[in-house]
Design a protein around this ligand. Structure first.
Ligand code: SER
Length: 884
């Protein structure tokens, strides 16, 4: 049975059971920053599960694209190596909110899997797990389905930690969760099936999990705290690729119809016959994910989702490298995905931006090969310098961390060169680093994670009002809800109404004060998630309690500055589109009280003139003092107005539209001035390319523009003083200075050349002639390595058979350079000479037969040692009968 057929049968089955078919939602969860990516079919219903939203229909079905490469559900390292794991897969699911619960969902699942009208799987092939506390589920399987008791396996908590079990499903660190019952398919051939499966390990070994039925009963609000959900609900998930493998009787989902087609197409495109299936599987899996993520406007980068995408692409490229692909190839593969993944019902459009997808992938590939080139150079140098069959694990990690050379590639090269690696040590270093990263990440996310403790909603009423009477509805101290906050304590206040804007739409959160007669709380920052708003800060004096009336007062001076920057960012966005057309796509923004950044995608570069033009356009709009209106309207109406919006963001039906005449119409929840005049003035202070056709403009508004110009003028004056120049044309004066410097540089070079030639002559005159071979061994202090090299090159140009050893002391380090002319290297080469030197003074060095360089142990009796070296080299020449 073809994969596409299985998907449609599933949806049809549940449609017949009165379920509404919904589209796969976007891979980026809408308005939910607790998740990096959509990781289950239930995500799009999260608000219904939690009781925040009621819907008339109470049962749904879907085939949802899911990504599991970060956060709680992360299969990244298993992909390619294990038969049924993917970074992106389709999950078939049915969901019920109060309509049916455990019994009906188990009966439905059984019917779909075993009935002859549907999948016709033999009941003997099916094994079931259930959560040890969920006796109701156990009894349904035994009494209603009449499953053989020995096909039912009890799953307990891991390490006795409550609800920490394979059969207790959680969406993330917070959110809906509940016990589950999993359905497994026995992959053993018939005769072996008789052997009873005794435990979970055996079950994993012989069977594949195909369907998970979750009974959502709780909301996890912090690590160990679960609260009951308003209505018990059902969430089931069956991996489409897995069930296809079962029905197509193949032993991995990479051998199912759609994957076979994909892998064939990859082999054809990259013209490769390799049967290195692991690498091919990884490339096949990763091109699906990368293509879909870029379609969702995610671009490769160094943080969050963007970083996950970069990791996926780089892992695929490393595997390409293993099978001999050393030039960009990955971008070509996206075309197959675009053509073949569009037929299913998804809420994002894969096909519309094929050229953009290819371009982004290609540019990422080019960047990767550049990284690879530098990393490989460093690695090879390391291997040569050490001349050893062992590479230090710290070095491998350093090559990865500093130069981005993938560890897998280093391992592969070392394997080929028979260089041993202590994997245990390497893994330890990687683990330690991960822990360090995690700590950093947690610290960074401490603010947003504080939101999970908030249970009381707030209404934001601070677009025009900066002071508001309100009430404290919740206080959080040390991750716990408390009834009061004492003096000098750091905590979070929640208010029923607040004028404080919580960080969102790129705009930072407000700061200010929350006060009453008893206490003063200083708000340093405001964070929000949906209707939950956290006022973070500390109690400067007194005491504040839950239920008390207070006055909330934002720092209005700071807010007005933020507003200036936010309104100016809209003007900039509109001006860019007016000037360069609709192919300007916003990629992000950051707005605070000091400046703002605006990132956008544009294929060309902006010139200095373009930047100046933009400044003029925007300042003219400011001067006209145009009214700024905020209009609440429907999303479809806003689209009719051609309002600008972020295609990567999901909008609700009612949206807020900020209009500055017809010049700028943009969807935005941020705070703005009432008219453009309040912005004062506008100046771009930085423009740069941040990769992948993404440009970043940093700009300032109002008084900071004056400060900026004053600073520039002061600097100019200082330069003028320095130049002792009273003329107004600093440019001319500096140009004169630059010319003078290049003249002096040239003069110095000539002198150096003369010097080199003089030193070389001197050295030649003091050389020893042994069997017509000149030996030059000399101690020269305070010269740079390049000078030593120039000296040895000059000598080699003048003399035919020569061994040059130059020893040089700079500060406390003794360096050496050995150079041997070509005509004698088959008898005595630079490495031989280096080994002779090392027999007198220990050191470290490397290079080739012509030239080596390195370091020697520090000693005060260097001239004595040099004499010994000379003697030993002469002895070597005599003993080995070496002649010119
Ligand atoms: N949410 C559950 C899972 O992902 C069932 O759909 O396994």
């Amino acid at each position: 049975m073809k994969t596409d057929k299985i998907r449609s049968l599933f949806l049809q089955f549940f449609k017949e059971k009165n379920h509404t078919i919904v589209k796969s939602s976007s891979l980026i969860p809408a308005n939910d920053n607790t998740l990096l990516f959509t990781n289950a079919g239930m995500n799009q219903f999260k608000e219904i599960y939690l009781g925040y939203k009621r819907n008339q229909t109470s049962s749904y079905t879907s085939s949802q694209y899911c990504i599991r490469t970060g956060g709680k559900h992360n299969d990244f390292n298993k992909v390619g190596y294990e038969p049924y794991h993917h970074t992106l897969f389709e999950m078939l699911g049915n969901f019920s909110f109060g309509e049916y619960f455990k019994e009906t969902s188990i009966i439905y699942a059984w019917e779909f899997l075993t009935h002859k009208k549907w999948l016709k799987i033999s009941r003997k092939k099916i094994w079931i797990t259930y959560y040890y506390k969920d006796i109701e589920t156990k009894n349904i399987w035994l009494n209603k389905i009449k499953i053989q008791p020995n096909h039912l396996i009890t799953i307990y908590d891991k390490n006795n930690i409550k609800y920490h079990s394979n059969n207790f499903w959680k969406m993330g660190d917070s959110g809906p969760c509940g016990p589950c019952t999993e359905i497994f398919y026995d992959t053993r051939k018939n005769n072996k099936e008789k052997k009873k499966i005794k435990n979970y390990n055996e079950l994993k070994k012989y069977c594949v999990e195909i369907w998970n039925l979750v009974f959502m009963q709780f909301n996890q609000i912090r690590s160990k705290k679960l609260i009951k959900l308003p209505i018990p609900s059902v969430d089931t998930g069956m991996g489409l690729e897995r069930i296809s493998a079962v029905l197509q009787k193949v032993s991995s989902s990479y051998e199912t119809d759609n994957f076979i087609k994909l892998i064939q197409s990859i082999k054809k495109t990259i013209k490769i016959k390799s049967n290195n299936y692991i690498s091919l599987r990884i490339i096949a899996d990763h091109i699906r994910t990368a293509t879909c993520l870029i379609s969702e406007n995610i671009i490769p980068g160094n943080e969050g989702r963007n970083y996950v995408l970069r990791r996926i692409i780089r892992r695929a490229l490393s595997h390409g490298y293993f099978i001999g692909l050393h030039k960009p190839f990955f971008y070509k593969l996206s075309e197959f995905i675009i053509k073949n993944m569009t037929q299913i019902n998804v809420d994002f459009n894969i096909s519309s931006n094929i050229n953009v997808i290819k371009k982004i992938l290609l540019s990422e590939e080019k960047q990767f090969y550049q990284v690879l080139k530098i990393g490989m150079y460093k690695l090879k140098k390391e291997i040569i310098v050490n001349q050893t069959k062992k590479l230090c694990e710290k070095k491998i990690f350093h090559l990865y961390e500093t130069f981005g050379l993938p560890i897998e590639i280093t391992k592969d090269i070392c394997k080929k060169k028979k260089i041993s690696i202590n994997f245990q040590k390497l893994n330890q270093i990687i683990k330690l680093n991960k822990q360090k990263q995690k700590k950093k990440h947690t610290q960074k996310n401490q603010h947003s994670s504080c939101l999970i403790h908030i249970t009381k909603k707030s209404i934001f009423d601070g677009y025009h009002e900066y002071i508001k009477k309100s009430k404290i509805t919740q206080i959080i101290y040390k991750n716990k809800s408390v009834s009061y906050l004492s003096e000098k304590c750091v905590g979070i206040l929640v208010l029923n109404i607040t004028p404080f804007y919580g960080e969102s739409s790129g705009q930072i959160g407000d700061s200010g004060k929350i006060i009453n007669k008893k206490g003063t709380f200083i708000v340093n920052n405001t964070q929000k998630n949906g209707n939950f708003t956290a006022h973070l800060g500390y109690l400067k004096k007194g005491i504040l309690c839950v239920g008390e009336n207070i006055v909330a007062k934002i720092d209005s001076k700071k807010r007005k500055r933020i507003q200036s920057n936010h309104s100016a960012s809209h003007l900039l966005h509109a001006a860019l589109i007016k000037k360069f057309g609709l192919n300007i796509v916003q990629k992000g923004s950051y707005i605070n009280n000091k400046y703002f950044r605006f990132d956008f995608m544009y294929n060309d570069n902006l010139t200095e003139k373009d930047i100046q033009k933009l400044e003029i356009i925007i300042n003219k709009k400011i001067q006209k003092n145009i009214k700024i209106h905020a209009i609440i309207t429907s999303f479809s109406r806003a689209q009719k107005y051609n309002a600008i919006y972020l295609s990567s963001k999901k909008y609700k039906n009612t949206v807020r539209m900020i209009c500055i005449n017809n010049f700028s119409i943009e969807l935005c929840n941020g705070t703005h001035h009432e008219s453009t005049g309040k912005i004062g003035c506008f100046k771009i202070i930085k423009y740069k390319n941040i990769g992948n056709s993404i440009k970043r403009i940093t700009a300032i508004t109002g008084i900071p523009v004056i400060h900026y110009i004053q600073k520039k003028i002061n600097k100019e004056k200082k330069i003028q003083n320095l130049l002792k120049n009273n003329s107004n044309d600093i440019y001319k004066s500096i140009k004169k200075l630059v010319n003078k410097i290049s003249y002096i540089k040239k003069e110095k070079k000539d002198l150096t050349n003369q010097n080199i030639s003089q030193i070389s002559k001197n050295l030649i005159s003091k050389a020893y002639n042994i069997n017509d071979i000149l030996i030059i061994i000399s101690y020269i202090s305070h010269l740079k390595y390049t000078m030593l090299k120039n000296i040895s090159d000059t000598i080699k140009q003048k003399k035919e058979s020569v061994i040059i050893i130059l020893i040089n002391k700079n500060t406390s380090i003794i360096r050496f350079l050995i150079s041997v002319t070509n005509n004698i290297i088959q008898h005595i080469n630079a490495i031989d000479v280096m080994n002779i030197i090392f027999s007198i003074l220990s050191g470290k060095g490397g290079g080739n037969k012509n030239i080596v360089k390195g370091k020697l142990e520090n000693t005060n009796i260097i001239s004595e040692k040099i004499k010994k070296m000379k003697k030993k080299i002469i002895k070597y020449i005599h003993e080995n009968n070496i002649y010119k």
